[in-house]
Design a protein around this ligand. Structure first.
Ligand code: 13P
Ligand code: SF4
Length: 306
């Protein structure tokens, strides 16, 4: 029996489901029951009737699955160096302090945050729904963090005052994209559409044809009549889109905006680790019950926004 067959057998024996983010390695995407963006993964995690959720992604994503399923066993195949650095840029104390300074503001935090931070928010959001979540709130002022670039994206789509917390929250992968990169690819591929993630710097967003979540990019490429696309996000999204195109047999040209846009924590998960995770049932995500209760309210509020 090979490793893929062993994973499949263990999954069946234990009534487990494997959820994976769009940035996971190809072999993980291929064995996952569902691959998606942060919002789609939240929805799947909430809906599943499996007893065990194996989450192939970074720390905050597995925590979110646990918050939505506190009675289920949520496992992550690796525990070391699996943190999304951005999620650690907005500690709960910073939110508490900002709330004291702006008592009339509501708090929206990106799902790329730790559970303690989510517990202090009125609502969470993802890159797929940040503007809709902010616009759904009954207030004029919103404390928004940690991603300063997502805050910029939202501020262009709302009349509310957006106050970024902290000042300089960012994703080290999307920070790599520059105006020079955009000029170079536009020169080399004049017919291609440029799709970038809202975690990119404002000047890069402003030069793009579309600013989309990873799930939004996939849908855009699959539904477009165009043939060439430059992908301004983590490189593995190209693998993800290619796997979708394989199903239809359609040919499209996908060019990375930069070849070194790699999220290292996302790449820590391997087939061997998934197999061990299912066999030994580790590493289990555990969170304080009070934090779970409060954070769930903020996530549920996001999920209720259509
Ligand atoms: P998406 O929700 O668009 O998949 O983004 C998650 C993420 O971490 C992007 O860096
Ligand atoms: Fe975090 Fe950036 Fe990696 Fe997304 S790409 S998980 S924001 S470090």
């Amino acid at each position: 029996m090979d490793i893929v067959q062993r994973i499949s057998q263990l999954k069946e024996e234990k009534n487990a489901v494997i959820l994976a983010h769009n940035y996971q390695r190809e072999e993980i995407q291929r064995i996952a029951d569902f691959v998606g963006d942060s919002l789609e993964l939240c929805i799947k995690a909430k809906e599943t009737d499996a007893d065990i959720i194996v989450f192939c992604g970074v720390d905050f994503m597995a925590e979110t699955a646990k918050i939505l399923n506190s009675d289920k066993k949520v496992l992550i195949p690796e525990i070391k160096d699996i943190e999304c650095p951005m999620a650690h840029q907005l500690p709960a104390e910073v939110v508490r302090k900002a709330k004291e300074e702006h008592p009339d503001a509501m708090v929206v935090v990106y799902v790329n945050t730790l559970a303690e931070t989510k517990a202090l928010a009125d609502a969470t959001c993802t890159s797929a729904n940040a503007d809709r979540v902010v616009n759904s709130l009954d207030c004029d002022k919103v404390l928004f963090g940690p991603d300063r670039n997502l805050a910029y994206f939202v501020s262009k789509r709302t009349d509310k005052e957006i106050i970024p917390i902290p000042e300089d929250g960012h994703c080290y992968v999307h920070k790599k994209f520059t105006v020079e990169d955009v000029k170079r690819v536009r020169r080399e591929y004049p017919n291609a559409e440029l799709l970038v993630h809202p975690e990119c710097d404002p000047e890069v967003q402003d030069l793009a044809d579309y600013v989309l979540s990873t799930g939004g990019m996939i849908r855009h490429v699959l539904n477009s009549d165009k043939k060439e696309f430059i992908i301004g996000t983590e490189c593995e999204l190209i693998t993800r889109i290619k796997l979708e195109l394989e199903k239809t047999g359609e040919e499209k040209v996908l060019i990375p905006l930069r070849k070194d846009a790699i999220c290292d924590p996302m790449k820590r998960i391997t087939l061997e680790k998934v197999e061990r995770c299912l066999r030994e049932e580790k590493y289990e995500i555990t969170l304080d019950e009070k934090i779970i209760k409060k954070a769930r309210i903020a996530i549920e509020r996001m999920l209720s926004v259509k």
